[in-house]
Design a protein around this ligand. Sequence first.
Ligand code: GTP
Ligand code: MG
Length: 197
Amino acid sequence: LFAGQTTFLKGVVAMSGLPPADRVEVCFAGRSNVGKSTLINALTGHKALARASNTPGRTQEINYFTLADSHYLVDLPGYGFAKAPVAVVQKWQNLLKAYLSGRPTLRRAFVLIDARHGVKAVDREILSLLDKSAVPFQTVLTKADKVKTPELEKVIEQVRASLQAHPAAFPELIVTSSEKGEGIATLRSTIAALADS
Ligand code: GTP
Ligand code: MG
């Protein structure tokens, strides 16, 4: 699947702008700056297909990428702190929530958690929203290269414990580093295994 072409389709600013719900769709959600756009680049083998930056709030639209003409990869705006005006942030947060609870073909939401920080209150809010909307989700730890093994193990335990309260959660979490390539193959095969039906 990931040997095929990935192309940018469109940036969406309102639910009415979503493309037809006609294929398997997976999305990447998480706090601002957690590494969503960078992970999409690592998965697809591109350097700058999705725009990443050190400034939280870089992605402000729902960005659709077409993967091998059979899947959509969806890069979402972050939640939590962002360097953008309050009214603008509010608008994209509302869109994010509408998307996460109202997209029929959304097969799995990957919720990214920074390996240095673990699950925060804003993450729990999103996880609860996914539960309520019955969107299956799986957590992905990012930036594993930034923490030492004992610290990583502690965060893994914390995330696992948090997931028990969430019926829509997959118990397995995927540890990644877009920087080092860790976990990228696992995530690719996880996405490829989401059969069309
Ligand atoms: P928003 O669009 O603002 O919500 O952020 P985002 O979640 O898309 O984060 P983005 O991909 O823009 O990455 C934020 C910063 O983290 C960038 O400076 C990336 O280079 C860095 N980063 C992302 N993934 C990794 C990683 O695995 N390791 C390291 N060391 N840095 C990373
Ligand atoms: Mg981004």
